[in-house]
Design a protein around this ligand. Structure first.
Ligand SMILES: NC(=O)C1=CN([C@@H]2O[C@H](COP(=O)(O)OP(=O)(O)OC[C@H]3O[C@@H](n4cnc5c(N)ncnc54)[C@H](OP(=O)(O)O)[C@@H]3O)[C@@H](O)[C@H]2O)C=CC1
Ligand SMILES: O=C(O)C1=N[C@H](C(=O)O)C[C@H](O)C1
Length: 267
């Protein structure tokens, strides 16, 4: 099997550390460099927790992409930085697998056009966990039968973006099958701002909970006459995301367009 050469952005992060282990485990993956906000010029093996992983660390993505021969960038950083890395990677012919969340519609459109122009595969995956993908697909199916739905996403309190990428993606998928409806009482008023959550342009409410002790969880609650349906997914650790990262890295080698969401890859 051909070796896939990978640059990893964010190796010291919660997801980044899991991704380093994944790359180490897979014989056909090779970590050729890392992008980090600090530790420029060091090797990964110089840092705590990465014994014997001899990959150079860069701060400047352009320098890294020019000097290092790589097939794929895995980005697990922050919303602001992830967008910059993704665009630069495509411009340098390196295929980005992006787990970082916080991309808006305009940014996704811009990247789609760039991927087309450069004929370079891009995968933007708001959630890599197979259970979360199924939760979103099941919610899309249920929305054919229930017009009223609210999303509650629950995450650890170190998360920067709200609502979560998964919450937004779920609402988008539901909107494809749900007949539009203004939910709740037409005259309802928030006596405390934000009480009804964030409203998407299709009228679906997303409520974001942030608490220590949580990892990544979501409930999609449908309401109908005399009944409700709740679809829930829980990630209890970050290892839950790694089979999706592996699949994305392997699949991106065969793509020349942008794919938004692993539901487009997982049958
Ligand atoms: N798609 C999915 O399935 C999942 C996606 N995520 C997303 O992945 C992203 C990372 O999450 P998580 O690992 O929990 O976050 P962390 O905060 O633990 O990790 C982010 C890492 O990015 C680093 N970083 C910041 N700026 C730069 C930069 N300029 N260059 C390189 N690295 C930088 C941070 O360094 P420092 O700490 O020094 O600032 C940190 O090590 C988030 O957007 C999150 O929403 C998370 C889980 C699953
Ligand atoms: O920040 C996280 O932790 C997660 N982020 C992603 C999101 O915003 O949906 C995926 C998962 O929920 C974990």
């Amino acid at each position: 099997m051909k070796i896939i050469k990978i640059i990893l952005a964010g190796p010291r992060g919660r997801m980044g550390r899991e991704a380093v282990e994944l790359i180490q485990r897979e014989e056909h993956f090779e970590l050729v460099a890392c992008l980090d906000r600090v530790n420029e010029g060091k090797r990964l093996s110089d840092l705590d927790g990465f014994p014997q992983i001899d990959a150079p660390i860069y701060k400047d993505p352009v320098k890294c992409f020019q000097e290092i021969e790589a097939d794929v960038l895995i980005d697990l950083t922050t919303p602001e930085i992830g967008k910059i890395h993704t665009k630069l990677a495509v411009e340098h012919g390196i295929r980005p697998v992006v787990g970082t969340t916080g991309f808006n519609e305009e940014e996704l459109q811009e990247l789609t056009e760039l991927a087309d122009a450069k004929k370079t595969g891009v995968i933007i995956a708001p959630n890599f966990a197979v259970g979360a993908i199924l939760m979103m697909k099941f919610a899309q199916m249920a929305a054919k039968h229930f017009q009223d739905v609210e999303i509650i996403e629950l995450h650890h309190d170190r998360k920067l973006d709200a609502p979560s990428g998964t919450g937004i993606k779920t609402a988008e998928m539901i909107s494809k099958t749900r007949t539009p409806k203004q939910q709740g009482h037409p005259n309802e008023e928030e006596t405390i701002q934000g009480a009804r959550g964030a409203e998407t342009k299709d009228g679906i409410r997303i409520h974001s909970v942030r608490l220590p002790g949580l990892v990544a969880h979501q409930e999609v609650i449908f309401g109908g006459e005399g009944q409700s349906l709740t679809i829930r997914h829980d990630s209890y650790n970050r290892a839950s995301f790694m089979s999706g990262v592996k699949l994305a890295v392997e699949t991106i080698m065969t793509l020349d367009v942008l794919v938004y969401g692993l539901e487009n890859i997982i049958e």
